[in-house]
Design a protein around this ligand. Structure first.
Ligand SMILES: Cc1ncc(COP(=O)(O)O)c(C=O)c1O
Length: 358
């Protein structure tokens, strides 16, 4: 059965992107690869809002999320937690043998800048992890406000996950003074899974250079050194790099501002659809994600039955992540969607709700 994904990643991949992936292979140390790699930089830098190089990792986001910790934490990391992925980051830090402390907010509440300041002021920290857009509960924290707090603590290296927000709204890495910013391929970039993109500040690179156990595969210093030659440290996932090149062309053709505006419009469209049908947003008001909507299942809908009906119509949404399974449902508006495609989904949702008697 074939159906279109409106789960918050992986999301639907266009035929143009899939065709780009089918191009013949090239050697990753060849002039052709160097040209390909370098051609991506301006588009990626504008998505990150940075003049740093943007590195390509043949891994999903977690590879870079774990690798970044190994590179920059020497004393203790503070993990800001407000959902499944940010909670797990604390666990991952401890599994790496690092000293780590969690700044816990309820799932769906944003990371609180005042709480961040109070915890960092206690001292002892040299790194912080933050998830900008907690996909698990559709909550988007105020990154500029958090970055302003981080700038008060110049010894603290920030590691910021923009996994499900990069390319859906502006990220201003340099202006905000963020150190490591990362995202995955299968979210708003609408590529298949398997690659992460990330950018690292000079001071994070300097910290990494002093880390004795940073390993090899995610060694930030290796990434920088290879980047200067237009390459990646190890053999990269070349089909996904072709796909990224094709996507950056699409973004340039649409215009980056138009892309951000489209995500905001489609997000509102889905939100209003949900409100009109008696659902509330799960995250705190004012902090709903712009790339997905996570609705509280306030009407007690049988989400499994809903998705079965929806799948028969050629669509799939998400029925809640982890402890929110059955209690929330999430609809992505990331990637290449338009008013027309979102209306198709919403019409199918209405028909499916009716069919299950909801
Ligand atoms: C915000 C966020 N961070 C990290 C991850 C982990 O990404 P991956 O499983 O691709 O490594 C996800 C996956 O959904 C995510 O939404």
């Amino acid at each position: 059965m074939s159906y279109k994904l409106f789960i918050p990643g992986p999301i639907a991949v266009s035929d143009k992107t899939l065709r780009a992936m089918a191009r013949p292979m090239i050697g990753h140390r060849s002039g052709d690869f160097i040209s390909l790699y370098r051609s991506l930089q301006p588009g990626l830098q504008s998505l990150f809002g940075t003049r740093n190089g943007v590195f390509l990792s043949t891994s999903s986001a977690w590879g870079v999320m774990e690798g970044a910790l190994r590179n920059v934490v020497r004393r203790k990391v503070l993990c800001c937690m407000n959902g499944a992925f940010s909670d797990k980051w604390l666990d991952v830090a401890r599994r790496c043998g690092l000293e780590a402390h969690g700044l816990q907010a309820e799932w769906g509440q944003p990371v609180d800048p005042a709480a961040l300041r109070a915890e960092l002021a206690k001292g002892g920290y040299d790194a912080v992890t933050i998830i900008h857009n907690e996909t698990s509960c559709g909550c988007m924290s105020d990154l500029p406000a958090l970055a302003a707090v981080l700038r008060e603590f110049p010894d603290v290296i920030s590691i910021v996950d923009t996994v499900s927000s990069l390319s859906a709204l502006p990220i201003e890495q340099d202006a905000l003074g963020l150190d490591i910013v990362l995202a995955g391929s299968q979210k708003a970039l609408a590529l298949p899974p398997g690659m992460a993109v990330f950018s690292v500040s000079a001071r994070a690179l300097a910290r990494a250079a002093t880390a004795p156990a940073r390993g090899y595969y995610f060694d930030l210093v290796e990434f920088q050194k290879n980047h200067e030659g237009g390459m990646t440290p190890s053999t990269p996932v070349i089909p996904l790099i072709y796909a990224l090149q094709s996507k950056l062309e699409d973004i340039a053709a649409e215009g980056i501002e138009a892309r951000f505006a489209r995500h905001a419009r489609l997000n509102r469209l889905v939100r209003e659809w949900g409100f009109a049908r008696g659902f509330k947003l799960f995250p705190q008001e004012g902090f709903g994600s712009v790339s997905l909507n996570c609705f509280a299942n306030t009407r007690g809908i049988d989400l499994l039955a809903l998705n079965t009906k929806l799948k028969a119509r050629g669509f799939l949404i998400d029925g809640g992540y982890g402890k929110l399974k059955g209690k929330t449902f999430r609809i992505s508006n990331m990637g290449d969607e338009t008013e027309a495609t979102m209306h198709e989904l919403l019409a199918a949702l209405d028909a499916s709700l009716k069919e299950i008697g909801a």
